[in-house]
Design a protein around this ligand. Structure first.
Ligand SMILES: [Zn+2]
Ligand SMILES: [Zn+2]
Ligand SMILES: [Zn+2]
Length: 156
């Protein structure tokens, strides 16, 4: 896993902590339980970047952090890798993709992912690349079918 700069770490923290369910338990709302799993807060609990006091337990936070860091590792590779951008075989790219995919469950990503371009679900056997797009308040990280994105000059 890549070491991130302080700026990247801060950005990552922001991305992780703005994503929690809109309905949380009373204990979580009071800052006494994890906002993601409603479980107890251990010594490794992490305070979120939110207006109200919101706290995540170490394992929920760590799972989400792994999801983001593996996404960035994969994205960094694909941006420079022509085979990955052209839907050709790349063992490095597929290795980075599987490292990312095994973090999905611990990051609470239970819903299927959708292609940013065609909006169809992304299936395991399909070639996809990580795609980032700018939202109004923050960046969004997702995926696109390589074939759907090949009409673009480069994968961003
Ligand atoms: Zn938790
Ligand atoms: Zn590659
Ligand atoms: Zn697609």
């Amino acid at each position: 896993m890549t070491d991130l700069s302080a700026a990247e770490s801060a950005r990552l923290h922001q991305l992780i902590t703005c994503e929690y369910p809109s309905t949380i338990s009373a204990a979580a709302a009071a800052g006494e339980a994890c906002v993601w799993c409603s479980g107890p807060l251990g010594v490794d609990a992490v305070g979120l970047d939110t207006r109200d006091p919101r706290i995540g337990c170490g394992s929920c936070y760590g799972g989400r952090r792994a999801w983001y860091t593996t996404w960035y590792d994969w994205h960094r590779h694909v941006r420079r890798c022509v085979p990955c951008q052209q839907a050709r075989v790349c063992h490095v790219g597929s290795g980075l993709r599987s490292l990312h995919e095994i973090t999905r469950e611990s990051a609470g990503k239970v819903d299927p992912s959708y292609c940013v371009s065609c909006h169809h679900p992304v299936h395991a056997g399909e070639l996809v690349v990580p795609v980032r797009w700018e939202g109004t308040t923050q960046d969004h990280l997702g995926y696109g079918h390589t074939q759907c994105l090949m009409s673009r000059a480069t994968v961003r």
